[in-house]
Ligand binder design. Structure first.
Ligand SMILES: [Zn+2]
Length: 377
């Protein structure tokens, strides 16, 4: 996820012409995120250039070259740290002042996102923050706020166990089939996500063959918030091991990623450059604009997933944290990633992938990565 926060110095260096088109404020809303974080979302017509400041009991977002929108009333959720929001035009800039019920410290970059439009929305500057050091009394307030907050909606995760039926996927030296391993992990993942309060669907719950476009269509049908396709890898080099994570792109990030996409796409010989296999609705939904936003969200999830796998002590295949390739199964409007859980071509990893404890470790890491993912922006 790219974070855009161009400081004043950068603005001065930009040619005047860049300001010909003025940005405008479209909407503002607040919400409560997991961990009782307050979320402030500011929508603008074009990509915002912003600075943040923290006067006493306020958060001020200064949007460069932006017009105020006096008729706009922010949508305020219950249970946030924001008691009110006002706008003030200061020269070319628009200052948005959020009055806070409790002091906050500087919002770290990792809690700031700028997202591109995704069909229903404009550009979104998303700020997540929690209260600063809390006293005993303040903690009590926070507890009351949690109780007052509306319950978050259930997020829908579609879990895709790769291959199945007549298509075994890759086969380890010991005879372990990819389709069996990924289904075992998918089922464990479903149980754990259900227990954690998510709504989940499996693309297949038995040893059945499904076309790649059918898997993508299942994610669409259930209006998934996230789609996770599980696979295991094989490499001509038997010493190669570790997990790897991929997102969709037209161009592969490297030759190996392309080879892998070719191998996975071969499951149903689909022509990934054409959309013919997909329903008309999906083809329309896959406009360039929407694809861009889906790609951004997918990348954000995939980066977080790779990080969580590493911190869970799961070995990573050497190379980039997230790689890209034209995987047919990821071609939908649902953000997602394809996870190669490990190498069946490596004897030690084949043994690991077969073990219940390692399958649980993998599923736990994915649950953790999903909990960390930013839904609803
Ligand atoms: Zn596979």
């Amino acid at each position: 996820m790219k974070i855009t926060g161009i400081g004043a110095a950068a603005i001065c260096m930009m040619p005047r012409i860049a300001f010909a088109a003025r940005n405008s404020l479209r909407s503002m809303r607040t919400g409560v995120q997991p961990g009782n974080k307050t979320r402030l979302v500011i929508e603008t017509a074009t990509r915002p250039t912003y600075t943040l400041s923290y006067p006493e009991n306020q958060l001020v977002v200064r949007l460069a070259n932006t017009a105020a929108n006096a008729s706009l009333s922010p949508a305020m959720a219950a249970g946030t740290l924001i008691s009110g929001i006002s706008q003030a035009q200061v020269g070319d800039a628009l200052e948005i002042r959020a009055n806070l019920t409790r002091p906050i410290s500087e919002i770290p970059k990792s809690q700031i996102m700028v997202l591109s439009p995704n069909g229903d929305t404009d550009y979104r500057l998303v700020l997540d923050f929690s209260a600063g050091a809390a006293s005993g009394a303040a903690k009590h307030d926070a507890a009351q706020q949690i109780a007052a907050a509306a319950p978050a909606r259930k997020y829908t995760i579609v879990i895709d166990a790769g291959h199945g039926g007549k298509d075994p996927g890759c086969i380890g030296k010991g005879g372990t089939k990819e389709k069996v391993i990924v289904l075992a992990v998918a089922k464990k993942l479903k149980n754990k996500l259900d227990a954690a309060g998510f709504k989940t669907y499996l693309t297949r719950s038995g040893d059945t063959y499904l076309k790649l476009a059918e898997r993508a269509a299942i994610a669409e049908k259930h209006k998934g918030d996230l789609f996770i396709s599980l696979h295991a890898n094989a490499n001509p080099s038997r010493s190669m091991k570790g997990f790897s994570i991929y997102t969709l792109s037209e161009k592969a990030s490297d030759e190996e990623a392309q080879k892998l996409a070719d191998a996975e796409n071969a499951a149903d010989k689909i022509d990934v450059s054409g959309f013919s296999e997909f329903s008309k609705d999906i083809r329309i939904a896959l406009s360039a604009l929407q694809q861009h936003a889906v790609a951004e969200l997918s990348e954000e999830y995939a980066m977080g997933c790779a990080k969580t796998f590493r911190s869970s002590g799961i070995e990573q295949q050497p190379g980039a944290n997230v790689r890209h390739a034209p995987f047919a199964v990821l071609r939908s409007t649902v953000p997602g990633a394809l996870v190669e859980l490990g190498h069946l071509s490596n004897a030690a990893e084949e043994k690991l992938l077969k073990s219940e404890s390692h399958q649980n470790k993998l599923a736990n890491a994915i649950v953790k990565s999903i909990k960390k993912y930013n839904f609803d922006v």
